[in-house]
Design a protein around this ligand. Structure first.
Ligand SMILES: [Zn+2]
Ligand SMILES: [Zn+2]
Length: 67
């Protein structure tokens, strides 16, 4: 079984590779590459703390492939 460092993105809640993500601008929690690529630099909690709306370009939650 291959061990991949998957982490749940605190912005879009998708599981992505931790090694490819970025830290949240405010709290340093994991933000996935897809969010970062779309210019989303804050996690959901920090968006809420700042009173920011959910970004329109937030990646949709991916359905997990059947294992
Ligand atoms: Zn994400
Ligand atoms: Zn944050």
């Amino acid at each position: 079984m291959a061990e991949i460092d998957m982490m749940v993105c605190r912005s879009c809640e998708n599981e992505e590779r931790a090694s490819e993500g970025y830290p949240c601008e405010d709290c340093g929690t994991f933000i996935c590459l897809i969010c970062a690529f779309r210019g989303i630099a804050l996690c959901r909690d920090c968006r809420r703390k700042r009173g920011l709306p959910t970004p329109e370009n937030l990646p949709p939650r991916a359905s997990r492939p059947a294992s």
